[in-house]
Design a protein around this ligand. Structure first.
Ligand code: ATP
Ligand code: MG
Length: 384
């Protein structure tokens, strides 16, 4: 008897002719997520089977695969030779200690000497005989023992279905650059877009020593969590300290955030184009803060020349975003109390609805190209 993990995949089965491409991408991503654990992944009749691992690794395998986009659900079960005594032995192992149950059998091997109802009846009867706290309920059972008699002379026996990440395999929908701050929103934005199959790179701006090393570590910790969903992630870190100082020195302070955002977007687009990213992704949500009005977005958007800017959270309320960040496991890191560069030199009264002409007038007081060049000189890269 061998412990196995059964992997069912999500939307991929809708993908017609491209199905093979999506299946290969999913298998490659599962392999990456199981790096360091001995195992084999085989595809069988529209699902995958993870086999040949140490029994004690089962929980880790489930934990990692449950975050791979494209995986719909998992079951931990047993693979046995197709023999009724072996099937019973495995059924006993996956059976709950008490409660109501039914047995459901699927028999692909039509040569097996019992048909599906006979197998279910035999196994159900033997389980009942062996444990007086069990009762059969075929309509609304507490749990279902599933038996799958396969054509290759083996059977799979499992009980629970573990709900997973769904979505599409990362890498099947291009590549994008996520502007990752230490806040609650941007990791959620990255997760949403990665879920649709996009490979994500991250760009973080800091203002050290105005921002501290804990603020930086917070962002790296967020990226590490995201990397569990995206099969690895690259984080580029760039200083905007000199840009903020120049704005502070030369421009109307009320435009600090508006002007900084335009620098961020320019730098992001240049990095994206040189790294092969096809879009910029931000965690902006309409009206959430002063810089996220439609006028603010128009101002920062107008410096992006070639790439689309995706703002997946634009129509979300803060509490919806918080709920998602809890689900994906980034919330507790995001609420660590360290300052982001956007809060350095923050004016008392920021411009809420900036007019583009006024923004351009303020910006004309700066050496935009020189400041961008200096920013790129501070570049650092981390990989997870
Ligand atoms: P978040 O919770 O994602 O920090 P926020 O509500 O604090 O968002 P802003 O600070 O206005 O909002 O940032 C809006 C978006 O701009 C962020 O979601 C992120 O995509 C980007 N951004 C802000 N600060 C940074 C930074 N230091 N580095 C990279 N991107 C940033
Ligand atoms: Mg922020």
């Amino acid at each position: 008897m061998e412990k196995v993990v059964i992997v069912r995949y999500a939307e991929i089965h809708l993908k017609g002719k491209n199905r093979g491409y999506f299946e290969r991408a999913l298998a490659a991503n599962m392999e990456k997520s199981l790096k360091g654990i001995r195992h084999e992944i085989r595809r069988r009749s529209g699902r995958y089977l993870v086999e040949n691992f140490e029994e004690s690794a089962a929980d880790t395998i489930v934990k990692r695969l449950s975050k791979v986009f494209g995986v719909h659900s998992l079951s931990v079960g047993y693979k046995v030779p197709s023999d009724i005594d072996e099937i019973y032995a495995a059924a006993k192992l996956v059976c709950d200690d008490g409660g109501t149950f039914k047995v459901e059998t699927h028999r692909a091997d039509k040569k097996f000497y019992l048909n599906s109802p006979q197998i279910s009846a035999q196994i159900g009867g033997r389980l009942l005989d062996g444990n007086k706290s069990l009762k059969v309920d075929v309509h609304e059972p507490d749990f279902v023992i599933n038996i799958d008699v396969r054509e290759d002379g083996t059977a799979l026996i499992f009980n629970k279905f573990i709900k997973c990440a769904d979505g599409m395999p990362v890498g099947t929908a291009g590549r994008g650059l996520l502007l990752l701050s230490g806040g609650i929103d941007s990791p959620v934005a990255g997760h949403m877009i990665a879920k649709r199959g996009m490979k994500i790179d991250c760009l973080h701006f800091h203002s050290y020593p105005y921002t501290n090393m804990q603020a930086r570590q917070k962002v790296l910790d967020l990226a590490e969590i995201l990397s569990q969903y995206t099969c690895g992630i690259k984080v580029t870190i760039i200083s905007v300290k000199h840009i903020q100082e120049e704005i502070h020195k030369n421009c109307n302070g009320a435009y600090m955030v508006t002007l900084l955002r335009r620098f961020m977007m320019r730098i992001a687009e240049r990095l994206a184009l040189s790294d092969g990213d096809q879009c910029i992704i931000t965690g902006e949500s309409l009206g959430q803060v002063a810089s996220q009005t439609i006028e603010g977005m128009t101002s920062s958007n107008s410096v992006v020349e070639k790439l689309p800017v995706l703002r997946p959270l634009c129509g979300f309320d803060k509490n919806e975003i918080i709920e998602r960040s809890r689900d994906i496991g980034t919330y507790d890191i995001s609420i660590r109390p360290y300052e982001d560069c956007c809060t350095v030199f923050l004016p008392d009264y920021p411009i809420i609805k900036p007019k583009l002409a006024d923004v351009l007038a303020e910006e004309s007081k700066l050496d935009v190209e020189g400041l961008i060049k200096e920013a790129f000189a501070s570049i650092e890269v981390k990989e997870f």
